[in-house]
Design a protein around this ligand. Structure first.
Ligand SMILES: *[C@@H]1O[C@H](CO)[C@@H](O)[C@H](O)[C@H]1NC(C)=O
Ligand SMILES: *[C@@H]1O[C@H](CO)[C@@H](O)[C@H](O)[C@H]1NC(C)=O
Ligand SMILES: *[C@@H]1O[C@H](CO)[C@@H](O)[C@H](O)[C@H]1NC(C)=O
Ligand SMILES: *[C@@H]1O[C@H](CO)[C@@H](O)[C@H](O)[C@H]1NC(C)=O
Ligand SMILES: *[C@@H]1O[C@H](CO)[C@@H](O)[C@H](O)[C@H]1NC(C)=O
Length: 612
């Protein structure tokens, strides 16, 4: 981050600061009270200041208290950032240790939901990248569900949102404190492992919640479940993270969701001198909610989706105009509007005026926004956005914002930002969360010689680079050069013609089949189940299963069933259908967390496990 030739950028910053300071302030800077008359004037000013301070203190008490008028509490007092989803070290359990039968997985699980009505090459790319990176097996929502023939796009959307909600609400293995990632769209490529994604989610919330604490402060409330006892709580927190978009909901200009929502956290010149003003929008900093990617705890997302359903029901129409996206945009806008009203109520008007004057006000823009707020209704959802694409990169209007950087090539990383016109360059380094503790993806799992390995190891198909020569340090990673972040997930919602090219540039693509076979081969059955029960990461969500996906009806679909025929789109390696590369049968058994068979034929090893 530190620049060696500091004077030049510093000078530049100073000048840009100078130019931003309003003329009023410059007068204040140059003003020196020297004479007696001047001192008298300044004394009068100070007296006026305090008079104003005390006179307003009584006046703003009469405006309504937005914090207590609208429910703002969250389902848990505990914040998601303190939750232990990613357990740091694996507990060492050997197969001979007996497992108490009543042992419960005590830490929250992590689930991935993908609404997907049918199989497609795009879905297979998403699922393949998730498996290679060891995400929990995704759950497909509404897969092959047949809706009545005359179903409109609106009705299909309501059905989709209802299914997501019902899955969160009514599934036995999904708990309120579990983490959930929902990919509602097409063409997602995972880039980084789930531990990294979860840690970044928690770190982003931690960072933003500190900012919200400083901006909105605390309130004294009655402790939940303890009448008569009060406690101090942070007024507003962030608990749900959506991806950010460079464009607000189309054709909406005067809604709080477009106007009142916070500015991007990227610097105002992140895209050069035309940042935010270029008419094409590709130089606009991401600021608005993108509905396709969201992460949060189940209880928080249930509140969000319940409200989306209520909003879309109110605006029934046959027109296919993304009512769920509209609802989310408006919910986010109203949340920010109410927060701003509460901030203004408790803020000092003189300070507001002064900060406005010198341009350092943190007030949200409410120009042209007129909302009627219903008392007692929830407007607070804890929604925040991932402006820097630390987790989610959305390609819409952003296809020129990325480079595939091998981080050991200093000449390449050091020239990347300059070639994109980023004004203040930072040294681009491999993200520290990848440099430490994340296993090299090319290390083959150790296998017992007794184990029957399926699929059997084949030197041609299973060839992986030497882990000593290939690692996160020299793999080309898609990097957002404007925010200097390597996103964990890439969403190809932009230029469709680039989908194949970008897929072929992802770090795992040259070895996709070998890496997927390695994933399918890695431990399953008994020892992995023990590990999951004891809080490990081999299985994230307790149902287990490897080499396939679940549906929201609890059915298991194995990889060939989902992806056969799409090998060219996914692997492009000429080895033919998955599971039949070297004449192998594809009836590999799949076990659940108790070592019981979910699908396929029992292998001798499986029977042995069951007996223990
Ligand atoms: C498990 O028990 C068997 C038989 O008692 C023994 O041979 C084997 O070494 C044990 N394995 C471990 C990992 O302790
Ligand atoms: C927005 O408005 C423009 C021009 O009025 C129109 O061409 C476009 O289709 C509209 N977009 C949507 C999503 O409604
Ligand atoms: C506030 O929003 C309005 C409407 O979008 C816009 O015209 C105005 O420039 C904004 N003001 C500021 C200070 O950003
Ligand atoms: C580093 O990248 C440059 C292109 O920017 C390339 O010419 C060079 O060969 C690369 N070096 C290594 C060691 O890969
Ligand atoms: C390994 O796979 C290749 C390519 O499918 C095949 O030609 C070869 O016979 C296989 N080797 C073994 C030992 O199965």
């Amino acid at each position: 981050m530190a620049s060696l030739n500091a004077p030049a950028p510093l000078l530049h910053q100073y000048h840009s600061l100078r130019s931003k300071v309003s003329p009023h302030l410059r007068q204040i800077y140059h003003y020196r009270p020297r004479t007696r008359r001047a001192r008298a004037i300044s004394l009068t000013a100070v007296v006026c200041f305090f008079l104003l301070l005390f006179s307003t203190r009584s006046s703003y008490q009469t405006t309504p208290d937005y914090f207590s008028k609208f429910p703002s509490y969250h389902p848990f007092a505990q914040s998601p950032e303190d939750s232990l989803v990613a357990v740091p070290e694996k507990l060492d359990v050997t197969e001979n240790d007996t497992l108490p039968s009543n042992l419960q997985k005590s830490n929250p699980s992590f689930h991935v939901l993908i609404p997907a009505p049918h199989r497609s090459p795009a879905l297979c790319r998403t699922v393949t990248s998730a498996m290679i990176l060891n995400y929990p097996p995704p759950t497909l929502i509404g897969y092959t569900k047949t809706l009545p023939e005359a179903t409109t796009e609106y009705e299909a959307m309501v059905d989709r949102i209802t299914s997501i909600y019902n899955y969160l609400e009514h599934t036995r293995d999904v708990h309120d404190d579990d983490f959930i990632l929902i990919l509602d769209g097409h063409d997602f490529f995972f880039q980084l492992p789930p531990q990294v994604m979860i840690r970044r989610f928690q770190n982003t919330l931690k960072e933003n919640n500190l900012k919200l604490r400083n901006k909105y402060g605390f309130a004294t409330v009655e402790k939940q479940g303890h009448p008569g006892i009060t406690e101090q709580v942070q007024k507003y927190t962030q608990r749900v993270l959506f991806g950010a978009s460079k464009q607000c909901f189309p054709n909406m200009t005067m809604d709080a969701g477009c106007v009142t929502v916070p500015q991007s956290s990227l610097p105002p010149d992140a895209y050069g001198y035309k940042t935010d003003i270029h008419p094409d929008g590709h130089l606009t900093r991401p600021r608005w909610l993108n509905p396709s990617t969201v992460m949060g705890q189940v209880a928080d997302l249930k509140i969000v989706y319940a409200q989306v359903l209520e909003s879309v029901e109110q605006r029934r129409s046959k027109k296919a105009d993304k009512k769920d996206y509209l609802a989310l945009t408006q919910m986010y806008g109203r949340q920010e509007y109410v927060r701003e009203m509460e901030r203004r109520r408790t803020s000092n008007p003189l300070k507001e005026w002064l900060y406005q004057l010198i341009g350092i006000s943190d007030a949200s823009n409410t120009t042209g926004v007129y909302l009627t707020l219903e008392p007692g209704r929830r407007y607070e959802y804890g929604i925040g956005l991932d402006y820097k694409s630390t987790l989610f990169f959305n390609m819409f209007n952003s296809k020129h914002d990325v480079e595939w950087l091998p981080y050991n090539n200093i000449s390449k990383t050091s020239s990347a930002q300059a070639s994109h016109g980023v004004p203040r360059e930072r040294r681009l380094l491999l993200p520290p969360d990848l440099a430490e503790n994340i296993e090299n993806p090319f290390i083959q799992p150790e296998t017992d010689s007794e184990d029957t390995i399926t699929p059997p190891y084949n030197q041609t198909i299973d060839a992986l680079p030497n882990p000593k020569k290939r690692s996160w340090h020299n793999l080309p990673l898609l990097t957002n050069v404007h925010s200097s972040e390597v996103p964990a997930l890439v969403h190809m919602d932009g230029d469709q013609s680039l989908r194949d090219l970008w897929w072929s540039k992802m770090w795992y693509h040259p070895w996709a089949r070998a890496l997927l076979r390695k994933y399918v081969r890695s431990p399953h059955g008994f020892s992995a189940a023990q590990d999951a029960l004891l809080g490990g990461q081999v299985w994230w969500d307790m149902r287990g299963g490897r080499g396939g996906v679940w549906t929201d009806r609890g059915e298991w679909i194995d990889y060939p069933e989902l992806c056969n025929g799409f090998e060219r789109d996914v692997f492009d390696d000429g080895y033919g259908p998955w599971g039949k590369e070297a004449g192998a049968s594809n009836a590999e058994p799949v076990y659940n967390q108790f070592g019981l068979l979910v699908k396929g034929k029992e292998s001798p090893q499986g029977q042995e496990n069951k007996g223990k």
